[in-house]
Design a binder for this molecule. Structure first.
Ligand SMILES: *Cc1c(COP(=O)(O)O)cnc(C)c1O
Ligand code: SF4
Length: 394
């Protein structure tokens, strides 16, 4: 293995992974790890082991603002900072408003609590009879299989439970969840999420997927993950080969900003799509990150290019310490207004608010129905022009 320092600039690329040259920023970040090789950079386990977690490390990568310095030093008590080297290399160290930086580097605003904020805003605990299983909707369940993620998003709605080794789920808790699904014949859809299920090894993941798939009344299985974005090296040919055995399998990927769609992410999504796995995106509306119509539109266009269908935009949940990330519902409605009709319909996701306290996803739309009276509907199109539709009478 060749230490990275000895490799000539123009040939800096990995032998093990896709032929994508390291960016100047990646070369800067890999130097933080003496002796690291390009094969290491391509290795998702190396990336996980070497996540940027300390004040010392992050200060070598950028000059922290006073808010970040206090945030990084205090975050350990709450949600730890954890940034895979790959993702850290996407941070613009000169820009304190960099969208990647805002999502991954703690700020002291996290320690403030607004009156409307909650520890479990989506009320997942109370819809959970079995540890790790949330059964809110009639025909589907959310199966939270672990607590670990590659990167801890600072606005995480599950910050009550995510983190490295908070309360590790073991096979007996999995068995209880699987037993619950087996017993409830009305469950036809299982969403495997976490934490991030893709931080598990291939074998454990295969055990979970195959066990769920074996249940006769389960007809739809999907994986909810952010790893193809924060650690695309995890998407290996071996993982893809395993997934292919369990077709149909769908994937929901958490994407927030067009800058997240890098050549490496494109490569990962291409492999997933080529394996016949349909992908949808989930995006959290975040103040200062993606709260402008043109940024969202750009993100969705980038996603369509890599065969990811924009699925949901979430209003940011009122999790404790999230005020600096949350924006108004009006801002979200305005974004939707600027998408529908103005761009490809496939690029228009559904904007939802998870009803605080456990209401589930509630769609919020611009008002296109101006009036509705005795079967006459006055509708407004994307340009603001009015049209009338009349119901048939029999
Ligand atoms: C989001 C969610 C689902 C899946 O909802 P879809 O609208 O089918 O994507 C299922 N269960 C819970 C608890 C959820 O929060
Ligand atoms: S990947 Fe998902 S579960 Fe993990 S920290 Fe981010 S939002 Fe939370």
């Amino acid at each position: 293995m060749t230490p990275v320092d000895t490799i000539k600039e123009e040939t800096t690329q990995s032998a093990a992974g896709p032929n994508i040259p390291l960016s100047p920023q990646e070369k800067r970040v890999i130097k933080l790890f003496p002796g690291a090789t390009l094969a290491d950079w391509e290795d998702w386990r190396w990336q996980l082991r070497n996540r940027v977690r300390s004040f010392e490390q992050i200060s070598k990568l950028m000059k922290l603002t006073p808010q970040e310095e206090r945030g990084v030093k205090g975050a350990g008590d709450k949600l730890t900072m954890s940034i895979p080297p790959y993702f850290a290399a996407l941070i613009d160290d000169k820009d304190t408003g960099c969208p990647i930086r805002l999502q991954s580097v703690p700020q002291d605003h996290e320690f403030q609590t607004a009156p409307e904020e909650m520890l479990d805003p989506c009320g997942e605990e109370k819809s959970s009879e079995v540890h790790g299983l949330v059964h809110r909707y009639p025909d589907r369940v959310l199966f939270l299989v672990n607590e670990m993620c590659a990167m801890y998003c600072r606005y995480c709605t599950r910050s009550r439970m995510v983190g490295d080794g908070n309360h590790t789920l073991n096979t007996s808790t999995y068995d209880a969840a699987l037993e619950y699904i087996r017993k409830h014949k009305e469950i036809r859809d299982v969403l495997i999420s976490g934490g991030d299920p893709l931080t598990l090894g291939d074998r454990m993941l295969e055990y979970l997927i195959s066990s769920v798939k074996k249940i006769p009344h389960v007809e739809f299985v999907r994986i909810g993950t952010r790893i193809p974005v924060t650690l695309p090296q995890r998407v290996t040919p071996e993982l893809i080969a395993m997934f292919k055995k369990y077709s149909p399998l769908w994937m929901s990927i958490h994407f927030n900003h067009p800058r997240e769609v890098t050549p490496r992410v494109k490569h990962a999504c291409n492999m997933i799509a080529d394996a016949g796995i349909p992908m949808g995106s989930q995006t959290v509306l975040l103040r200062g990150v993606n709260d402008k119509p043109e940024i969202m539109k750009k993100l969705f266009h980038e996603l369509l290019k890599i065969r990811v269908r924009p699925y949901y935009i979430y209003q940011c949940d009122p999790i404790v310490g999230s005020k600096h990330f949350r924006t108004t519902v009006e801002t979200g409605i305005n974004i939707m207004q600027n998408l529908r009709g103005h761009t490809t319909g496939y690029a228009v996701p559904t904007y939802v608010i998870d009803g605080p306290g456990g209401g589930g996803k509630i769609p919020v739309n611009p008002d296109y129905m101006v009036s509705k009276e005795k079967g006459r509907y006055v509708l407004r199109n994307f340009k603001g022009e009015l049209y009338t539709y009349v119901d048939p009478t029999y």
